[in-house]
Write a protein that binds this ligand. Structure first.
Ligand SMILES: O=C(O)CCC(=O)C(=O)O
Ligand SMILES: [Fe+2]
Length: 201
């Protein structure tokens, strides 16, 4: 059996049907500050429309997609061509790959300008991600509450504050049986950057 990359502190946060683990100090404060600054300035942030209940609406956040050339990726009715990896995104991807043993092909970048920006309940279960995808989510900037609940029953709601420099790894069956969201909050006035690394088949 493969040895776990996580210490006992990084125990599974969901009770069954998948794995979700938090590495609070994946980046220490200094590199996390550096990457926040760099990514805020250099990524091609845009507010894009998505399909919701058959209608096109603007997403309540800014996004940018980076990834391997010639491999479009989409969700919620939009397909996007990835931009060419930047130096900083490649550095972060390399550290993540060494840590996890997974080679990622894309990163979806989210910029939440303040607590009024958000992401609704969803699963990251597109067919192109394969059967049991591993999604690696890195946070820089403001701490926001990330919530998980069981998809079928809507029970077992779990609150996970995602702090500056943290890594959340969702794997196994988690994208089949659990959904997640980043709710709005009046308490946060500062921006947050989130990078979700994915591996397309
Ligand atoms: O911002 C977050 O922490 C969540 C992002 C997310 O769920 C996604 O990009 O699919
Ligand atoms: Fe997600």
């Amino acid at each position: 059996m493969q040895k776990s990359i996580f210490t006992p502190d990084n125990s599974n946060l969901i009770p069954f049907q998948g794995e979700t683990k938090l590495v609070q100090d994946f980046f220490s404060k200094k590199p996390a500050d550096y990457y926040f600054q760099k990514l805020q300035k250099s990524l091609d942030w845009k507010q894009e429309p998505i399909r919701m209940f058959g209608k096109m609406v603007m997403q309540p956040r800014l996004t940018a997609l980076y990834g391997d050339a010639g491999r479009p990726y989409g969700y919620s009715g939009i397909s996007m061509n990835p931009s060419v990896w930047t130096t900083e995104l490649l550095e972060i991807k390399e550290k993540l790959q060494v840590f996890s043993g997974i080679v990622f092909t894309h990163v979806l970048c989210n910029y939440y300008r303040d607590g009024q920006d958000s992401m609704g309940w969803h699963r990251d279960n597109e067919a192109v991600l394969g059967k049991n995808p591993s999604i690696a989510s890195i946070t820089f900037g403001s701490t926001r509450l990330f919530q998980i609940r069981h998809y079928e029953t809507k029970n077992h709601k779990i609150d996970i504050p995602l702090t500056h420099g943290s890594l959340l790894m969702m794997s196994g069956e988690s994208q089949h049986h659990w959904e997640h969201q980043l709710p709005k909050t009046k308490k946060v006035l500062e921006p947050r950057i989130n990078l979700t690394f994915r591996k397309l088949l």
